[in-house]
Design a binder for this molecule. Structure first.
Ligand SMILES: Cc1ncc(COP(=O)(O)O)c(C=O)c1O
Length: 341
């Protein structure tokens, strides 16, 4: 990364650390990892590579944060490594050991430590696995060869403009993905959500779409959804329909620590409408952290959430989360993995 590139002005994810970790698995073999990072260079892929035709690819997204004492730590490494392995299994690709995924993430972060911006920036980490079988007739067969790699990206804020109230559009007709892929972090899910997201941006000035097929709230294109008021915090119960966010789990643990009543259950759009008017709503995700929602758009109806500004509960939860990520508060849940750098 050149010294002149600023992660706070460049689009999120558009800058890259200059070192990458890579493991290659040839058919019938195992993942071969050289044990250290290497300079980031383009891959050479055969045009018939399975991932390019049949979307045999999945990824993770996690962050390493510069601590207030100058050290470096990865947030919830094991949860992300485990979710990666789950995604690979659901795509029927060669499954790496979770320990290999873990090691390759740590090595990639250590090799790119110098590129980690101070808070509120961080080093975004993108483990990726692609099916490399060369066969354009293999639409109905899994890839038996693969490349696993860990890319890094120095980042500032995901939503341009820092902490500001977001506008979300509720999409009740088109689902984000298919039922069997809800919990998988696969690229195909994101391209499926693109059409409705672009339409909502253009037609409703929305930042994100909240998918609520049939009137039942699930998640946005890249984050989970919460409602909160003075006593309770509400989010959808875990099922196969959406990605089980690591930030979602962290928010629920912190909210329980703070004494909120936790309600994990279905959230009908009609109830959301009523709760949003008197409470707060926010999105959670590795990239988004905890992002307040100020306006909800349903069809032609516009609902202001609370007074339209980031609410005190949202900000309190965000603070609690980032305090742990940055080593300002005690890591009582053991979510941080310290790394060299
Ligand atoms: C579809 C989707 N839902 C939810 C999330 C939030 O998950 P996490 O908190 O693990 O980043 C993400 C981001 O990774 C996502 O892409």
């Amino acid at each position: 990364m050149s010294e002149t590139q600023d992660p706070f002005s460049a689009p999120f994810g558009s800058l890259f650390g200059d070192q990458i970790t890579v493991a290659v698995l040839e058919a019938g073999g195992r993942y071969e990892y050289p044990g250290r990072a290497q300079p980031l260079e383009n891959f050479s892929l055969h045009p018939g590579t399975h991932a390019l035709h049949y979307a045999s690819t999945c990824f993770e997204g996690l962050k390493a944060h510069r601590q207030i004492d100058g050290a470096l730590a990865i947030f919830r490494l094991d949860d992300h490594a485990n979710r990666m392995v789950q995604s690979v299994k659901r795509l029927y690709m060669p499954v790496p050991d979770v320990d290999l995924v873990r090691t390759m993430i740590i090595d990639a972060v250590e090799a790119n430590a110098a590129h980690t911006p101070d808070s509120p920036g961080s080093l975004y980490i993108r483990p990726t696995l692609i099916g490399t079988l060369r066969n354009i007739g293999a639409a109905a067969s899994p890839s038996d060869s693969a490349i696993l790699y860990v890319l890094t990206s120095p980042v500032g804020d995901y939503f341009a403009g820092g902490i500001r109230p977001l506008t979300i559009y509720i999409e009740t007709e088109i689902p984000r993905t298919t039922p069997q892929f809800g919990t998988v972090k696969s690229g195909a899910n994101y391209v499926m959500a693109l059409g409705p997201t672009l339409d909502a941006k253009r037609d409703h000035g929305a930042d994100q779409v909240l998918f609520a097929t049939g009137g039942d709230v699930t998640e946005t294109g890249a984050s989970n959804f919460f409602l909160v008021d003075d006593t309770k915090i509400i989010t959808r119960h875990l099922d196969e329909s959406f990605l089980h966010g690591v930030t979602r789990a962290s928010v629920l643990s912190l909210a329980a620590d703070m004494g909120y009543q936790i309600e994990e259950r279905s959230v009908p759009v009609d109830e959301l409408r009523a709760l949003a008017e008197r409470g707060e709503a926010f999105l959670s995700g590795t990239a988004a952290v905890i992002a307040p929602v100020g306006r909800i758009s349903i069809g032609d109806e516009d609902i202001q959430v609370g007074d339209g500004q980031p609410g005190p509960h949202t900000l309190k939860l965000r603070q609690a989360l980032t305090d742990i990520q940055l080593g300002k508060a005690e890591d009582t849940h053991h979510w941080l993995t310290p790394v060299a750098g």
